[in-house]
Design a protein. Sequence first.
Length: 217
Amino acid sequence: MNDRTALAEKLVAIMRRMDERGLNRGTSGNVSARVTGGMLVSPSGVVPAVLTADQIVFVSDAGEWDPDGPRPSSEWRMHLGILAARPEAAAVVHCHSRHATILACAGREIPALHYMVAVAGGDRVPLAPYATFGTAELADGIAATLKGYRACLMANHGQIAIGRSLDEALAIADEVEEQAAVYCGTLAIGGPVLLDAGEMARIGLAFAAYGQKGQRG
């Protein structure tokens, strides 16, 4: 088994874990991972339960793939653009998790209501502007919103996270959904009490030193 085949199998596993964790439904989510010369990305319109490694698509840095093979996710431009803009990222996870999508459809970002909001890389989880799915406009807007962050909400769409590995990107997306659920809950009882900028800065420094070397805690 070569490295690319092993990575394709990992993408399949991540897609299935997204379903298992309730982060996604049907064919709406997509994942990608950086490889030499481009990326591997999940295909268009295949539910995770029947997805196989040979259906994972290689898309080159120039945005090209084998026309005789499976078609890549309709969001391939977004994945390719993020990986081009963020050389430290190795993987991208996009999903329509329920509470994150509720907030995105309400035009709300996630503010500093809990220290774990810092998992997104700052003192909030920002909201990217709306654009039609699959378009270059959406890809550009997401890449711009993610500047300095590891995750963001996507207006009227869902959420997206990046990481140094597929596991890390999935873990960040999972925590964004948890923080979105907490925020929705607080809005139902009068709204959250927010942490101030100084505390979030201290949390950011603490996060940088948390866990084992080379791992996110």
